[in-house]
Design a protein around this ligand. Structure first.
Ligand SMILES: Cc1cc2nc3c(=O)[nH]c(=O)nc-3n(C[C@H](O)[C@H](O)[C@H](O)COP(=O)(O)OP(=O)(O)OC[C@H]3O[C@@H](n4cnc5c(N)ncnc54)[C@H](O)[C@@H]3O)c2cc1C
Length: 592
């Protein structure tokens, strides 16, 4: 089954749930014409349906081949990439001074969801290029920008992000790749990187690698890491391609999912060292890399949303066709479509509601990141930066957990056929499984949320957000719409749980760090469930006041989320505030 971008849902989420319209109305987006958003998404949706979605299962079956040292992608892949970049899709939010369209990150975020839904293995290539563009634009010298930025923006040369080494995964500070200064101002890099996405392929004539390495006299840990731009082919002064650089793929991984995406072991230094150019300052690589990582973390969150939506669309179609048993109250002959059974309805509603909530959380993160650089007033930019920083780990971890849960429910809705590869439901689940792992595992995101984002300024960012969410609850109450059921009460209780759990963690983050760390993952889930519930309610209110004919479905969705998902925050609060001793006492079981 193919994929169709749910444009109306996406626009509602972007404009109202995520606050794009309010930010545009407040002047934070300058002269951006918000009317263009619908056209961009419709065109992206068409490209995804016509070109990318048909390649999804083909790429899964064919996978990647490493032949004579060259990484070969699946048939049709290279052609699709040329068409994709020629149509300008790589340049949507790229800087205008380097050929980009300068559109908001929020618009590109919605496009990223579309690419991921139609073909996550394809979408990963531009996802990392986008991060590379951000890092080079923010930290690179004019000389480097002039040679590489326009090519990256157009997509002619994609980018990679190279942190991981066998002994350095979550602990990036343990990396050992070496960079030595040369008299001409360049560096020579030696070392091995593993698990590098699109580390090599046959889709373009050059690749721009962004590599973390350590200088010989660098301090230990993350303070001694520098970021280098290492092209696959060196670039001559006239812009033509020169010698092959000393960096190559020495292996490709066989994986559970995303088979069509090359995951490479990269070797540098077989021939004396790869030529690298410093980005930013020596030993400041982590700072530069964080620019890339935050962008990429949001992108991975959007992968979760995209896969979830694809799985939902497929399960919904199957449930309307597959007939089994008679629904209670059925008075005709024969069996009913399984969608008539309450348990199947529950699964489908859960899929749809979780997808919609994680979509809006991701879009809201993108709007905050946009406003943090686009707004005129410094205090607005500062508040938006704090909001973007707070939401980024939630966008990444909540949405990718949802991607897995929804893809798994998608298999369940199909029954036995879900386990059979032909339906495609199984591929979504296999493809989704990597998303909670890369770009910082979801456990690491939860730790970031508690120890850095919540702890910043005594929790100020969290209290500011909760205040806004309380306003949504008041507006749901004021609507007096019985279709909302007990939505307002459930959301109010959830915000109470969020507030209490936040205070409990804040009190322990430095005094009893193991207690705070033990509760980090359930806290992130609690946060996402309360936030998602309020965002969906906000969207439903907006749909009502717009007089949209179909507003009742948004109200019903918000109600379902509040009454069946947000309610879990009460027990999550207990897990955070009463579960630490049980977690920290686990050695008695695990090490017995
Ligand atoms: C398909 C694929 C593509 C990838 N693409 C790239 C890429 O393009 N570039 C790149 O640089 N890397 C890439 N990676 C690497 C990826 O980012 C890492 O696998 C990931 O960061 C986790 O590191 P690790 O595998 O070493 O796991 P580990 O760090 O060994 O973690 C194992 C487990 O321990 C937990 N853990 C570790 N440390 C802590 C801690 N301090 N506190 C609590 N829990 C902890 C983790 O959450 C995890 O559950 C890719 C990986 C895969 C599989």
């Amino acid at each position: 089954m193919t994929y169709r971008a749910p444009i109306n849902d996406m626009l509602l989420a972007l404009n109202h749930g995520a606050g794009l319209k309010a930010a545009v109305d407040a002047g934070h987006y300058g002269d951006f014409d918000a009317e263009i958003t619908a056209t961009v998404l419709e065109e992206a949706g068409k490209f995804a349906t016509d070109v990318l979605a048909p390649l999804n299962s083909l790429g899964d079956e064919h996978g990647i081949k490493l032949e004579d040292g060259k990484v070969m992608t699946a048939p049709g892949w290279s052609d699709a990439y040329q068409r994709w970049s020629a149509a300008g899709w790589n340049a949507v939010s790229g800087p205008e001074s380097f050929g980009g369209q300068g559109l908001p990150l929020a618009v590109n975020a919605a496009c990223t969801e579309i690419w991921s839904a139609s073909n996550i293995a394809f979408g990963l290539c531009p996802l990392l290029t986008l991060s590379a563009i951000e890092a080079l634009d923010a930290h690179g010298s004019d000389e480097l920008k002039n040679v590489y930025l326009a090519k990256l923006v157009s997509g002619e040369w994609p980018g990679t992000m190279q942190l991981t080494e066998p002994q350095a995964g979550s602990d990036v500070g343990a990396l050992r790749s070496r960079a030595e200064r040369q008299s001409d101002g360049t560096y020579r890099l030696k070392g091995t990187k593993i698990f590098i996405t699109y580390g090599d392929h046959d889709m373009t004539d050059n690749i721009v690698h962004f590599v973390l390495a350590r200088l010989p006299d660098a301090p230990a840990g993350t303070k001694g890491i520098s970021l280098f731009l290492v092209p696959k082919f060196l670039v001559n002064a006239d812009g033509s391609l020169g010698a092959r650089n000393d960096i190559h793929a020495s292996g490709v991984e066989h994986k559970l999912g995303i088979h069509a995406c090359p995951t490479c072991t990269m070797t540098m230094g077989d021939k004396g060292g790869a030529v690298g150019y410093l980005i930013g300052e020596e030993n400041q690589g982590m700072r530069c890399m964080f620019t890339m990582m935050n962008q990429a973390r949001l992108g991975v969150g959007l992968e979760g949303v995209g896969i979830a939506d694809r799985a939902y669309q497929q399960a919904l179609a199957y449930a309307q066709e597959r007939r089994q048993g008679r629904a209670v109250g059925h008075d005709g002959n024969g069996s009913d479509p399984i969608i008539a059974h309450p348990d199947v309805k529950r699964m489908l509603m859960q899929m749809r509601a979780l997808t919609a909530a994680s979509r809006t959380i991701c879009y809201a993160t993108a709007v905050a990141l946009d406003v943090s650089v686009r707004a005129k007033e410094a205090h607005v930019r500062g508040a938006a930066a704090a909001r973007g920083a707070l939401l980024t780990p939630i966008a990444k971890a909540f949405s990718t957990d949802i991607g897995n849960e929804v893809a798994s429910l998608g298999v369940q809705v199909h029954g036995g056929m879900g386990f059979i590869e032909e339906t495609g439901a199984a591929q979504h689940l296999r493809d989704a499984r990597i998303t909670p792992i890369y770009e910082g595992t979801n456990g690491i995101q939860a730790i970031d949320l508690v120890t850095r984002k919540l702890a910043a300024n005594g929790g100020a960012s969290v209290w500011a957000l909760i205040d806004e969410l309380k306003d949504t609850v008041r507006r749901v109450e004021a609507s007096n719409d019985p279709a909302f059921g007990t939505t307002a009460a459930k959301l109010r209780e959830a915000l109470g749980s969020l507030e209490r759990a936040s205070r409990w963690l804040l009190e322990r983050v430095t005094s009893k760090p193991n207690d705070a760390l033990a509760g980090a993952t359930p806290y992130l889930r609690l946060f996402g469930s309360a936030l998602g519930g309020c965002y969906l309610a906000n969207e439903a209110l907006a749909a009502r006041s717009d007089g949209a004919g179909d507003h009742s479905r948004y109200v019903a969705l918000a109600r379902f989320f509040a009454e069946t998902i947000t309610v879990q925050t009460t027990s999550l609060e207990k897990t955070v505030t009463e579960g630490a001793d049980a977690v920290n006492g686990a050695d008695a079981v695990l090490l017995a």
